[in-house]
Write a protein that binds this ligand. Structure first.
Ligand code: FAD
Length: 233
């Protein structure tokens, strides 16, 4: 059941609204499109949560973003996508882990992260043209430039793919940066190492598929693959 966009949301902002309002450590909450879309564009795996006939279902899946819309895809019989369509509403989260935060106390150990939680309606993409565009968005979201190179889906492949659109009605970003929060008394514990261990997704050397008749040169979007953003490691 949609509550609709919140009227207090500023232009260019996706919250705070009724659902997307960071309450715990509210100072870490951000609602501007630049921050939210930046996180969505750096990530490519989301968790789609919806209420299905058998209860709540949460599924990890890839996505592509076009404006305020996320596209997801799967097999026509995909249980999670079918549940989300039947429910009509979903919650999607995306998490980027930037590092481990080691405090002197066990209590204050933490993680540096950038995450998004978005709420909105879910619907099936039925039209062939929107389906094609959605799948191109998905492929380009994984590797910008790949859509132009890959063979487009055939009619049969389109029929064998369920495409879902999730329209972001409200969203919040929550971002943690920096070192550990320490109890003042713990700063005297000089024998315990404390600080941050930055983490980053890194591409390894490309592995060519040798089953093709002719082997194409490695494209730049593969050899130079990287997902921009995040604090420096
Ligand atoms: C990084 C990532 C990206 C993915 N991208 C896509 C995508 O773009 N499209 C797509 O269709 N699928 C994708 N998958 C697979 C997806 O998570 C589901 O397995 C798939 O969509 C089938 O969903 P279903 O509801 O039909 O599964 P069903 O087989 O009907 O689910 C039945 C049960 O199987 C188990 N199960 C299902 N999926 C998983 C899982 N991923 N991990 C552990 N247990 C599971 C659960 O217990 C679930 O209740 C991705 C998975 C990962 C991890």
């Amino acid at each position: 059941m949609s509550t609709g966009p919140d009227e207090t949301t500023l232009p260019g902002h996706l919250g705070p609204g009724t659902r997307a309002r960071v309450r715990r450590l509210a100072e870490r909450g951000l609602y501007d499109e630049a921050t939210v879309f930046g996180i969505l564009d750096e990530g490519f795996v989301c968790h789609l949560g919806a209420v299905g006939a058998e209860g709540v279902v949460v599924v990890p899946t890839i996505y592509g973003r076009a404006g305020r819309t996320l596209y997801l895809h799967g097999a026509p019989g995909n249980h999670a996508l079918r549940s989300a369509i039947a429910c009509g509403q979903a919650c999607v989260t995306v998490t980027l882990v930037d590092g481990l935060v080691l405090a002197r106390s066990a209590f204050h150990h933490s993680v540096n992260y950038r995450s998004v939680m978005a709420f909105g309606p879910v619907s099936e993409v039925g039209g062939t043209e929107e389906k094609r565009q959605a799948l191109a968005v998905l492929v380009d979201h994984l590797l910008p430039g790949r859509g132009a190179d890959a063979r487009p889906p055939s009619e049969e492949e389109l029929r064998a793919t369920r495409v879902v659109r999730f329209d972001i009605e409200e969203a919040s970003a929550k971002v943690r940066t920096g070192g550990p929060n320490e109890e003042p008394a713990d700063l005297a514990l000089g024998h315990i190492w404390a600080g941050q261990l930055p983490l980053r997704l890194a591409a390894g050397p490309p592995v060519v598929d040798t089953t093709g008749a002719v082997l194409a040169a490695v494209p730049g979007y593969v050899s130079d693959y990287g997902r921009a953003g995040g604090p420096p490691c």
